[in-house]
Write a protein that binds this ligand. Structure first.
Ligand SMILES: C=C(O[C@@H]1C=C(C(=O)O)C=C[C@H]1O)C(=O)O
Length: 394
């Protein structure tokens, strides 16, 4: 693989076909990035110094003779946990990626499932969060749950990635190696298809495209359309969404001018969900502010944590019986000029040969109903259950 690989028109699905376990992959239908092997690792707590350390590592790579270095990887939800970033030895990009061919269907049996927490407990946690919000302790809290599944056959992350890229071509398809350095065990890979852009920076142009307020899609076209309309009309979902756009606008303002936040959200779809979405645009004040600086200023947004952040964090810590790790963090890349793209790490699963962990969460506000939030998280699991060839009833 060359440092920069031009688009090969003869290749139906450039770079996706080249992906192999251990690589970093990130892309949409508009462009893909595939990174292989490691020049420098950046594993440190996610704090105010992280972006500066990335800039320094990129400069050192350039001074060491590396052409056009890029930092790639993922950052966790919790500040204080370690980043999973590196500067790869080789990076290939393709500008127009096209739609991936349909991968062959895989149906898998299941040996064991563990639900964290059990669905009834999740619903009870939502009810407690609603009570806390109504008592004035917070305005919004995002509660997640996880599924630990032991499939009957081992899972190949490359197959799962191909399935995701085919079925959700406009999402950010990603694969990040999360194998701990001190282990000789099987590869661990975080694979997903995120529909949510935390932040992109190209030159002075900044874009964030948050999602909040969701409803599952229906296989019946009429019902599907009716659901999209009901989401667009839902006061509860607009409330949930407004915390996010307000939070992002406030975080961008110190770094940007010409901030534009559309007056009302639009409705966007994935293969399994409808979401309220707002495309926020702005112009950078200083070229010294990198995409990672900006993404860290936004993270975590009220779309994945809540509002106010500290109160939401406390309820999450008391309610979720698992570590989010990289889920609801960010995944993407940043180059030496500061340009980059960071997606919110959702609709994903950690795959470790015969073990997979799936994650899904939902934003809770004063008018949330526990059963609907449980159904929303079940629908969000479908993205990964489908890609893994697992039964959609888990
Ligand atoms: C937390 C997740 O999704 C987030 C929560 C949403 C919501 O509450 O409507 C929508 C998109 C995401 O920002 C997830 O998919 O796991």
């Amino acid at each position: 693989m060359n440092q920069t690989t031009p688009v090969r028109p003869d290749m139906f699905c450039p770079l996706l076909d080249d992906y192999r376990c251990g690589d970093f992959f990130f892309g949409t239908a508009h462009g893909r990035l595939l990174a292989r092997d490691t020049l420098a690792r950046i594993r440190r707590p996610v704090d105010a110094q992280l972006a500066a350390e990335v800039t320094t590592s990129l400069r050192t790579a350039r001074e060491g003779g590396h052409d056009n270095p890029v930092a790639v990887g993922a950052l966790p939800f919790h500040a204080g946990q370690d980043s999973n970033l590196h500067i790869p030895l080789t990076v290939a990009r393709s500008a127009a990626a096209g739609i991936a061919p349909a991968p062959r269907p895989t149906g898998r049996g299941v040996l064991a499932v563990s639900r964290l927490p059990e669905p009834e407990q999740y619903a009870a946690g939502v009810a407690r969060a609603v009570a806390a919000i109504r008592a004035g302790h917070a305005r919004k809290i995002v509660l997640a749950r996880a599924l630990d599944i032991t499939p009957a056959d081992p899972v190949d992350p490359a197959e799962v990635l191909a399935h995701l890229v085919h079925h959700d071509p406009h999402a950010f398809g990603f694969a990040v190696s999360v194998t701990p350095r001190d282990t000789t065990s099987a590869h661990r890979t975080l694979v997903g298809a995120s529909p949510e852009l935390l932040l992109s920076r190209r030159g002075k142009h900044v874009v964030s495209h948050p999602l909040a307020g969701s409803i599952p899609r229906s296989p019946d076209p009429r019902e599907d359309k009716a659901r999209a309309q009901s989401l667009q009309a839902s006061a509860k979902d607009h409330d949930e969404h407004s915390h996010v756009t307000e939070g992002i606008a406030a975080a961008l303002l110190p770094h940007c001018r010409k901030l534009h936040v559309p007056a009302a959200p639009s409705v966007v779809r994935t293969a399994t969900m409808w979401h309220l979405a707002t495309r926020i645009t702005a112009e950078l004040r200083s070229p010294d502010t990198s995409s990672l600086d900006l993404a860290l200023a936004l993270h975590p947004t009220p779309a994945v944590c809540g509002s106010p952040l500290a109160a939401a964090h406390a309820v999450i810590a008391a309610s979720e019986p698992f570590d989010r790790g990289l889920y609801t963090g960010m995944v993407g890349w940043c180059d030496e000029s500061g340009d980059g793209e960071w997606a919110v790490t959702i609709r994903c699963a950690e795959i470790n040969h015969r073990n997979v962990r799936l994650f899904a969460g939902a934003g809770i506000v004063a008018d949330s109903c526990p059963e609907s939030e449980l159904a929303e998280t079940s629908a969000k699991f479908q993205t990964m259950l489908n890609a893994l060839g697992l039964p959609n009833t888990l």
